[in-house]
Ligand binder design. Structure first.
Ligand SMILES: Nc1ncnc2c1ncn2[C@@H]1O[C@H](COP(=O)(O)OP(=O)(O)OP(=O)(O)O)[C@@H](O)[C@H]1O
Ligand SMILES: [Mg+2]
Length: 1063
């Protein structure tokens, strides 16, 4: 797809011409964070990340507006070229984590959103690759975040730099020197709860591998007046409160201190010993630990604390005037503690506090002090003791940070990174000597800044072969000269006034100033001012027109502060101190030195010159800190305050210098790399020289000749709008490229996935097929072997068991047994049984028997009592009749039933006659008379005791079982039977001839009831029976075709019965 970008003259709007689809600009919130100002909408919201890209770069309002937009979005960092502007957010933004450090490591400065770590990393990389010393200068007003930035930088280096081969403790010492210096040099002020009351320049040494191996600190102008006096709402240095709050009981007792800070006059001047934002107790713990890390011995800590305590005791020394108005010490207790803590003679100290030693004509004279002078001397001593101890502390830290490995080859090639955390420009209601020094310092640094920036700009233009265009800027050298020039400068005049004999006062100093520099355009006093300005100036004031703005200084105290006088006898006393720290701080050589010590201003000037020299020898980087409001509140953007700071930080000046020629410059490689996608010739890669690629690119983008210049290695773009147009085009291009890349990636990703799946499937398939094949082959092999064995066995089946036929024989046996399991007879009547192989015949028989027994047993267990009875009766019937009686087989399938007559079929009278005797069985029968053999219907009843023959309602005959001697039947198929009765029984009528349709059943039951099973006679031919007393009858049975019962001519009963079974 060909993307055409049209640059519209305003430079702000981009039209993308696409034949089918209009492109829209869309940015996610994340996109905004990462690319920030790359898109138009994002720019509207969060401003530009580099002030040089501001269209209206001369407008302070536009500058402030850009700051405001970014601050609103918590974007506290913005560049002016390589300078980082930082606004104190007064809240933890979580932007200093390890991840953030990693994100900014090794990336190009301009490719990522502005950040302190970007500066830190760029500086570090320059240090390593170019092996040039670097200096990061951090400035800003009190509370703007300088110290915080210094700490973050140190933390960045401590965490991201490689550890040195030896002496890894340096990193800890570098970090731990901070809490100690802050305890002794920081204090709560109205502007900042942790305000640094000294300037600090810290060098970190790196070896050739980039590991920190040592460090060195320079401190500037500690605000020692704070030791004896604090403004309302401010505190003395933190260490006093920390010691009182966090010190152990034992320590305090030793130092003669009370916990309550209210007890010490030096701590109550500001009336705010307790501050909610400060935790002195925990801070003290940190300081104590840090002291150990930076090599303090227990003795040294003790000596140091003795000095801190002695300052507090000094503050509580009171004087009273004697008759001659001479001051006398009234607080003996304090004096006692002081003597002990400072290890000095008590009397000497007492004398030194109340007298002044004057040397006149080689003679020493002691002149007593009045109350005011004594208080002055005491405070001077306190300040001197504290400030010198602070300097000693810095020295001590330096010894601890000093690289121990100076002889190693790596040390010889060390490079240095300096961090300057120095007080920013200060303007108060009343400005005194301190503000004068501080503002002079800032004036100096600004000069250095302008010089170095301009220099580097010029150098760059030269190197790139681009004509230098003169830059209009304010050179503040004139102000620096006003302050520091020899003989004519303010400091020289002040020193002169301090040194000259006679009555020199602050006002004489002012007069002298007026005389000497009255024509200077940046100097003004009440006397020199015109009518209108005069009103705003006091008679004891002078005004300097600094680069950052006007400041009016009151000369009151200038001479004193510059002299910083400590009476000789106090010095002597301190020189005699046995406290090792004090004896290092106060040196006897100081006493013998006839030359007057340098004044404070001169010392400061010298140290500044030294600092400037140090900084000049290094590659500078700048961090300009801004404080958003005076209330220390997050989210509040106080425009007046910020405008003021923008002004006195010289940011507009800075921007003007930077934007003098071109708003933007970038190496050809970087520019081409970023924007190559906007031109078909350079996309996706350019084979020629990067410069030619860029030429091609800008031609394609339609840059006008006045909009850019091509340097030797860089392209210079004059207006931000040109860059923005290109950026916006890139943003749109990225959208479409991203879609393409996404599509290609998705295609690639899924294809890879598919190929992998396919490959895996093939792999699994072949593997599985292999398994199946191997299994099949194994099975076949086994089958062939088995068949071979079987065939061999079969051939030898009749041979005795041998290895060749063993398998076959076993197989036959097993097969038989297994098949037997399936072919077992299903019930007792099933007689089938598989034919066993010869070797298993015996076993087969045994098994068969077992099987039958088992079936029988099972059957028996399963039959009911009724059925049991039936079977028993059937068995008895079988026993009696089987094979003997012709019609027996017909009876077998018919079940015997319990009775053939119901109770209702038997006459009640019969039942009555039987009384309690139960009827066990009843059946209709035919009775044949004994004489005529007439058939008569009768009922036969069986009771437990007798057979009863009943005719209708009458018991015709009762045969007790005891009298029943036997039963006779024929072997034929008839159903006649004879009950034989005891002949001797006179009561009986004789034997009874009966016929029953259920003869087998009736006789079986009768035989069982009467226990006459063995008394049933089955006769062939005829049966004789007793027909009555002395009279026998005969029944003849003959086989015939059908049943015929008649009385024969011979008087016998002739029965013809069909033969049913041939026997
Ligand atoms: N980047 C930051 N993120 C969060 N809070 C900050 C940041 N910078 C500063 N602060 C807050 O502002 C306070 C003041 O900052 P800091 O002590 O660094 O100021 P300073 O410029 O060193 O002032 P002074 O000149 O008085 O020493 C800090 O204690 C901290 O609470
Ligand atoms: Mg600070």
């Amino acid at each position: 797809m060909a993307l055409q970008v049209e640059l519209i003259p305003t430079g702000e709007i981009i039209r993308v011409v696409h034949p089918h689809r209009p492109c829209k600009l869309a940015l996610g919130s994340d996109g905004v964070r990462v690319t920030m100002e790359s898109g138009l909408t994002a720019r509207d919201r969060v401003g530009v990340q580099d002030f040089v890209l501001l269209e209206n770069f001369t407008s302070e309002a536009a500058f402030i507006e850009n700051l405001r937009r970014r601050f609103r979005e918590n974007l506290i960092y913005t560049y002016i070229g390589p300078v980082l502007v930082s606004i104190n957010p007064y809240r933890d933004l979580q932007i200093y984590s390890r991840q953030h450090m990693e994100r900014y490591r090794g990336v190009s400065f301009y490719e990522v959103p502005p950040h302190l770590f970007a500066v830190a990393d760029t500086v570090y990389r320059a240090l390593r690759t170019e092996r040039r010393d670097q200096a990061v200068m951090i400035s800003g007003e009190s509370g703007a975040g300088k110290t915080e930035a210094t700490k973050r930088l140190l933390q960045f280096y401590a965490e991201t730099c490689p550890a040195p081969e030896r002496g890894g403790a340096v990193r800890d010492r570098l970090l731990q020197s901070n809490p100690v210096l802050e305890a002794f040099g920081n204090a709560k002020t109205l502007r900042n709860d942790n305000s640094s009351r000294f300037g600090k320049y810290m060098d970190v040494q790196f070896d050739f591998k980039g590991a920190p191996v040592g460090g060195h600190i320079l401190s500037y102008l500690l605000e020692k007046s704070r030791v004896v006096h604090q403004n309302h709402g401010e505190r003395n240095f933190h260490v006093f409160y920390q010691l009182l709050e966090g010190g152990e009981e034992e320590t305090l007792r030793r130092l003669g201190l009370e916990r309550n800070p209210q007890s010490y006059l030096y701590l109550v001047k500001g009336q705010c010993a307790k501050v909610s934002s400060i935790n002195d107790k925990s801070d003290w713990k940190i300081v104590r630990k840090a002291l150990t890390v930076i090599d303090f011995t227990e003795d040294e800590v003790e000596d140091l604390l003795s000095i801190v305590a002695s300052v507090l005791h000094l503050g509580n020394i009171h004087f009273a005037a004697d008759e001659e108005s001479n001051a006398q010490v009234t607080t003996e207790n304090q004096l006692k503690y002081l003597t002990r803590l400072l290890s000095v003679e008590g009397s000497t100290l007492r004398e030194a506090l109340t007298h002044r030693k004057i040397i006149a004509k080689g003679e020493e004279l002691l002149s007593p002090l009045n109350l005011e002078q004594a208080a002055y001397a005491r405070d001077a001593l306190a300040k001197a003791v504290y400030s010198r101890t602070f300097s000693w502390l810095v020295g001590k830290i330096n010894r601890s940070l000093a690289s121990k490995d100076v002889d190693s080859p790596s040390w010889r090639s060390t490079t240095v990174l300096g961090l300057l955390d120095i007080y920013g420009f200060e303007v108060f209601q009343h400005n005194s000597f301190e503000q004068f020094c501080i503002n002079y310092c800032n004036e100096k640094l600004q000069q250095l800044f302008i010089e170095l920036t301009l220099k580097s700009e010029q150098e760059e233009y030269e190197a790139e072969g681009i004509a230098w265009e003169p830059v209009l800027y304010f050179n503040n050298k004139v102000i620096c000269d006003l302050v520091e020039e020899k003989f004519k400068g303010i400091i020289s005049i002040l020193d002169e006034e301090c040194l000259r004999p006679g009555e020199a006062t602050d006002l004489t100093f002012l007069e002298k100033l007026e005389d000497t520099v009255k024509h200077h355009p940046h100097f003004l006093t009440h006397k020199l001012a015109d009518q209108r300005t005069r009103k705003s100036l006091g008679r004891e004031e002078f005004r300097l027109l600094h680069y950052a703005g006007e400041v009016t200084y009151s000369v009151t105290g200038f001479l004193d502060k510059n002299n910083d006088l400590l009476f000789r006898n106090l010095k002597e006393t301190m020189c005699s101190s046995k406290n090792p720290i004090m004896s290092q701080c106060f040196n006897r050589s100081e006493l013998s030195d006839k030359k007057r010590p340098e004044t404070v201003a001169t010392q400061f000037k010298m140290s500044l010159l030294q600092l400037v020299e140090i900084l000049q020898s290094k590659e500078p980087a700048y961090i300009r800190c801004i404080k958003p409001n005076d209330a220390k509140q997050p989210g509040r953007f106080d425009e007046v305050l910020i405008r003021h700071q923008v002004k006195y930080l010289g940011l507009m000046e800075n921007l003007r210098v930077r934007r003098a020629g071109f708003a933007y410059r970038r190496k050809y490689e970087a520019f081409l790399q970023r924007y190559k996608s906007l031109c078909p010739e350079t996309w996706p890669s350019w084979a020629g020289r990067p410069q030619d690629g860029v030429t091609m690119l800008v031609r394609h983008l339609g840059y006008k000749p006045e909009e850019y210049k091509m340097g030797r290695t860089k392209i210079f773009i004059r207006f931000p709008k040109t860059l923005f147009a290109t950026e916006d085009a890139l943003e749109l291009r990225r959208q479409s490229l991203a879609t393409k890349i996404q599509a290609a990636w998705r295609g690639f990703h899924w294809r890879q996935k598919f190929l992998l799946a396919k490959q895996s499937a093939i792999c699994i398939q072949s593997w599985w097929r292999g398994i199946l094949g191997r299994r099949k082959a194994a099975k076949r092999k086994w089958a062939a072997q088995t068949i071979r064995q079987l065939v061999q066995g079969f051939i030898l089946r009749h041979a005795p068991r041998c290895p060749e036929n063993a398998f076959f024989l076993d197989h036959v046996r097993t097969s038989f047994l297994l098949s037997l399991r399936r072919q077992l007879p299903r019930n007792v009547l099933d007689t089938s049984w598989p034919t066993p192989p010869p070797a298993l015949r015996e076993a087969s028989d045994l098994l068969r028997e077992l099987c039958v027994k088992n079936m029988v047993w099972k059957y028996c267990r399963s039959i009911s009592p009724e059925w049991m009875q039936q079977l028993q009766q059937k068995a008895v019937a079988s026993e009696i009749f089987k094979g003997k009686k012709d019609n027996y087989p017909q009876s077998v399938p018919r079940l015997f039933i319990s009775t053939r007559l119901g109770a209702d079929e038997i006459s009640p009278r019969v039942l009555q006659a039987l009384g309690s005797e139960p009827i066990q069985y009843a059946v209709p029968v035919v009775k044949y008379d004994r004489k005529g053999y007439k058939p008569r219907a009768r009922q036969l009843l069986l009771t437990p005791n007798a057979v009863v023959i009943v005719e209708d309602a009458k018991v015709k005959q009762r045969i007790e079982y005891a009298n029943l001697t036997g039963i006779s039947v024929s072997s034929l198929s008839d159903s006649l039977f004879v009950l034989h009765v005891q002949r001797e029984d006179s009561k009986q009528k004789g034997d009874v001839v009966l016929q029953s349709d259920h003869m087998i059943e009736t006789l079986t039951k009768t035989a069982l009831s009467a226990d006459r099973v063995n008394n049933i006679n089955i006769n062939q031919g005829s049966i004789t029976f007793a027909g009555g007393p002395g009279r026998d009858g005969t029944i003849d049975f003959t086989p015939g075709s059908e049943l015929l019962i008649t009385k024969a001519k011979n008087g016998h009963l002739a029965v013809v019965a069909p033969r049913l079974n041939s026997r």
